[in-house]
Design a protein around this ligand. Structure first.
Ligand code: GDG
Length: 479
């Protein structure tokens, strides 16, 4: 077999870790995008001179591979139609709601599926072109679930890992998908299929047994061709030390104080930071907060809610509807409960630099994370990492992956508004001892399981699944 590529480690993800932007002099250039995945994978990429294959956003054609800060980046082009059918359509209109417990109704369209297959094939072909003989390829997330099998057919020499960042649904829901078997077979092209939680891995193994008919034993799947696939849980994390350092820095401390002052120095500040997504439970949490004011538990002089909603998937209709709903709710709450210069909710529809995020985490007394379903939720972990004084409260949905590790948060059911109100009030009233006890325990968890440990454990497990096959990948751990 001829291998054409030269990279021992190839990352395949829907997005590249950079965005196409216009530089100050008006020429097109690249800017590093903020997401957690880049931070997670960058160290292992550097240690192995890796190549990252992904879409830079937009429809610009003829983009050439380039190097950015020590990483080889290969931009994939997408046409308007592919963006509509693969990205907005099958990925975000079918899979996203289906995998998040049907929080919204998934749509099934055959032309969306056709585009999904075509785009996955193009990504697989590109990975096959760049991977060296016996290289490791790590494929990411729900937009790319067919890539492992397509790549395996092109390059049986490769060691292939797949990681799903979002939940993997129970069989009862997954079964609705007209292309359920193709997706399962697509994933089985990998040697290791990684999920956030053990329950998701178990859902996958059960579905493979029922729908594809392969033999399974615990977390192992035995394929007729003799290959073994492992399904496992690898809960993702954050660069905890990096966030803490940023939070401790003087400019961030100053900025945190400035924000509180600008808010009118209330006794307590509640904070929500989310992509504006219907899975995140923003509407219900703002209602719960406003009812606590309306019921007289506290006043707008005592407490304010800062909600940052980062613009997301604005071309998808359900996201536009959600934005209008939240706009209306915030307007109504502030109209009913606010006073001059004292809105109950300070609502920001925008994205911010990392430093501003750290300042927000540092100034907030109560972080409110209430998704109906979330693979992990890194915002919850980032808040904990930034609380170096062991203070601050975290109110966290049981249905976020992070709830498995952050047991000392005030855990809530986001469908239960009264339960959520009770937890918000408890967190508001908690004394320093109680806050310290909970936060110390959560900080210990986060510092022991950071993102470098996550990437290393996935890589180590991937190497262990096919020990006689593939080159060694150097670990990411920084000394
Ligand atoms: C998916 C899964 C899983 C947000 N706004 C800004 C900004 N962010 C950063 C946060 C955080 C990340 O984006 C968001 O991550 P989440 O985990 O909270 O949520 P999703 O975007 O839905 O991520 C999720 C994750 O993948 C990883 O596997 O945990 O369950 O849904 O890191 O800080 N960063 C900056 N400015 C912003 O305005 N700089």
């Amino acid at each position: 077999m001829s291998s054409t590529g030269s990279s021992d480690l190839v990352i395949v993800a829907n997005r590249l870790p950079v965005d196409r932007v216009e530089l100050n002099d008006g020429t097109p250039g690249w800017r590093r995008s903020p997401g957690g995945l880049v931070t997670a994978i960058e160290p292992v990429m550097r240690a192995n001179e890796g190549t990252w294959i992904g879409w830079p956003g937009g429809t610009e054609q003829d983009l050439k591979p380039f190097e950015d800060d020590g990483m080889d980046l290969v931009p994939m082009t997408m046409t308007d139609r592919e963006i509509e059918n693969h990205y907005e359509g099958f990925s975000n209109g079918t899979l996203w709601p289906l995998y998040h417990d049907l929080v919204a109704k998934p749509e099934f369209h055959r032309e969306w599926w056709d585009a999904y297959v075509a785009v996955n094939r193009r990504f697989a072909e590109k990975a096959a072109e760049h991977a060296s003989e016996d290289a490791t390829v790590w494929v990411h997330d729900y937009q790319m679930q067919l890539v492992p099998q397509m790549l395996r057919e092109l390059r049986p020499d490769l060691r292939i890992g797949f990681y799903l960042h979002i939940p993997f649904p129970p069989a009862e829901l997954f079964q609705q998908l007209p292309w359920r078997r193709q997706i399962l077979e697509g994933l089985l092209g990998a040697d290791l299929v990684g999920f956030q939680l053990p329950g998701a891995a178990a859902n996958f193994v059960r579905l493979v047994r029922q729908r594809v008919g392969h033999k399974t034993h615990r977390d192992l799947i035995y394929l007729p061709d003799g290959r073994t696939v492992r399904a496992g849980a690898f809960p993702i994390s954050i660069d905890a030390a990096g966030f803490e350092e940023l939070s401790r820095s003087e400019p961030v401390g100053k900025r945190a104080a400035e924000i509180r002052e600008a808010l009118g120095s209330p006794r307590k500040v509640f904070l929500g930071i989310d992509r504006l997504d219907y899975t995140k439970g923003i509407y219900a949490r703002l209602r719960a907060f406003s009812e606590l004011i309306a019921d007289g538990h506290f006043d707008v002089e005592d407490a304010v809610f800062v909600q940052v909603a980062v613009p997301s998937r604005e071309q998808v209709e359900q996201y536009r509807i959600l934005r209008d709903e939240i706009d209306r709710l915030v307007g109504r709450i502030n109209g009913d409960l606010g006073r001059i210069g004292r809105p109950a909710i300070s609502y920001l529809h925008s994205s911010y630099p990392r430093e501003e995020m750290a300042a927000l985490y540092r100034m907030a007394d109560i972080m409110v994370v209430t998704p109906y379903r979330d693979g992990m939720n890194l915002v919850a972990k980032e808040y904990v990492a930034c609380r170096f004084e062991d203070d601050g409260a975290l109110v966290l949905s049981e249905f976020a992956g992070a709830a498995d590790e952050l047991r000392q948060a005030w855990l809530i059911n986001p469908y239960d508004i009264n339960g959520m109100k009770a937890a918000l009030l408890e967190a508001y009233q908690a004394d320093d001892r109680e806050l310290g006890r909970r936060m110390r325990a959560m900080r210990k968890t986060i510092s022991q399981h950071d993102v470098a440990a996550w990437a290393d454990s996935f890589m180590a497990e991937l190497a262990a699944v096919r020990p006689t096959h593939g080159k060694a990948v150097r670990p990411a751990r920084r000394s």
